[in-house]
Design a protein around this ligand. Structure first.
Ligand code: 2BA
Length: 108
């Protein structure tokens, strides 16, 4: 068995969770925050049989889009003691997915 941990954009959550549920997967949704943007995102936990991991991957591929987002970075300004904010564009997502071996799975 595997635990699929996936970090996705909040805007993709409904479609992704609906599709996972329609395909018979059990899902736990956690609210999370990206360390770089310091913005909200969503982490999904899905326990699955090994043979179904690729099916889960294809759902993420289908339902999660990558997006361009604007953020600012601070860079030192000239010889003066100060910083200037500079906008940069970054590409976020579709989905960042980790697949972890599960040594034991029980429900009581
Ligand atoms: P954030 O940490 O808020 O990162 C948002 C986006 O900022 C990233 O998109 C990436 O394009 C950029 N970024 C992140 N760290 C960077 C850095 N040190 N230098 C330059 N650019 C950087 P994604 O790669 O699609 O990641 C989306 C979200 O997935 C991340 O949000 C984070 O919450 C999670 N994530 C991504 N990779 C991870 C990893 N290796 N471990 C844990 N969480 C991860």
């Amino acid at each position: 068995m595997k635990l699929v941990i996936s970090i996705i954009h909040d805007d993709d959550v409904k479609n992704t969770m609906d599709t996972l549920r329609e395909e018979g997967f059990f899902v736990t949704k956690l609210s999370s925050t990206g360390g770089f943007l310091r913005a909200g995102n969503t982490t999904l936990l899905i326990g699955v049989e090994d043979r179904l991991v690729e099916k889960v991957m294809s759902i993420f591929e289908r339902c999660c889009k990558s997006r361009k987002e604007l953020t600012t970075i601070e860079t030192p300004y000239g010889g003066v003691q100060g910083y200037v904010s500079r906008p940069i564009e970054i590409v976020v997502g579709g989905a960042t997915v980790f697949v972890v071996d599960v040594s034991e799975f029980r429900k009581f």
